[in-house]
Design a protein around this ligand. Structure first.
Ligand SMILES: NC(=O)c1ccc[n+]([C@@H]2O[C@H](COP(=O)([O-])OP(=O)(O)OC[C@H]3O[C@@H](n4cnc5c(N)ncnc54)[C@H](OP(=O)(O)O)[C@@H]3O)[C@@H](O)[C@H]2O)c1
Length: 223
């Protein structure tokens, strides 16, 4: 990819809209799509000239990196529906495999030792690269902790294929964060909700790169 890879955000809820806002702040063009074209068009119009709305299939075709900011089960539906268009793309998966529980909280909807990243990787369209990213912070922190100074906050990511690492790390920087890779997709569980590197897991907070590295090396992070 000689030129800057094109990014599409599919799904314009809490996470999708925040990523779009961050990319605009980071001066990165983005194609957006949702179930309804009118919704994407309205968001594009209020977001400025860097944002273009498209139907989902066209957004995927016209981008190199596809951020699927939709629920875990919807990712698998999109793999089935747009399997051809997604071939060879870098697919970013922020999903947490959870659903509301009977106590007003959330519960995991896959096996205790399973991760969304590994389950989605098993269904991946041909030649696509799956990157688990943009899911380690809640939407509020993804907005409020972006472009922090003097030290940026961190988004962790995991991927088996290392060929996408540089473009993913640039995408994270253009979102206003530093990227820290935790390893392959077998490490996804650590960066999904309830994981030890998730804001809503044992980590419990937003960290800078120094804090992230200390945590990965097993040190205790001061709050
Ligand atoms: N919210 C958080 O704090 C947070 C944090 C980390 C990770 N995540 C993960 O990020 C993902 C998105 O979460 P969210 O909070 O942004 O959810 P959300 O607010 O419910 O947004 C999901 C969006 O996906 C759209 N959508 C559903 N089906 C679609 C389809 N077939 N094609 C295109 N768009 C479709 C929905 O559109 P409609 O309105 O038309 O249904 C909605 O705009 C989830 O996997 C979640 O686990 C969320």
């Amino acid at each position: 990819m000689a030129t800057t890879p094109k990014v599409a955000v599919i799904g314009l809820g809490n996470i999708g809209k925040t990523i779009v806002q961050n990319l605009v702040k980071g001066n990165r063009p983005v194609i957006i799509a949702s179930r309804k074209l009118e919704e994407a068009t309205a968001l594009a119009q209020e977001s400025g000239t860097l944002v273009t709305a498209a139907e989902t299939g066209d957004a995927i075709k016209n981008a190199d990196i596809i951020i699927l900011s939709v629920w875990f089960s919807t990712i698998q539906e999109l793999f089935a529906q747009y399997g051809t268009e997604l071939q060879g793309k870098i697919i970013i998966d922020p999903s947490n495999p959870i659903a509301p529980d009977e106590n007003g909280g959330f519960k995991k909807i896959i096996g205790e030792k399973e991760s969304a990243g590994q389950l989605n990787a098993a269904l991946l369209p041909k030649g696509a690269i799956l990157v688990k990213a943009f899911g380690t912070l809640g939407a509020a922190s993804l907005a409020s902790a972006a472009f922090q100074t003097p030290e940026r906050s961190v988004l962790f990511y995991a991927a088996d294929d290392t060929t996408a690492d540089a473009v993913v790390e640039q995408l994270v920087r253009d979102n206003g964060f530093d990227a820290v890779k935790v390893g392959g997709l077998d490490q996804s569980i650590r960066i999904e909700v309830f994981g030890d590197l998730h804001e809503f897991g044992a980590l419990g907070k937003v960290v800078t790169k120094a804090g992230a590295i200390a945590k990965l090396q097993g040190a205790i992070i001061e709050s």
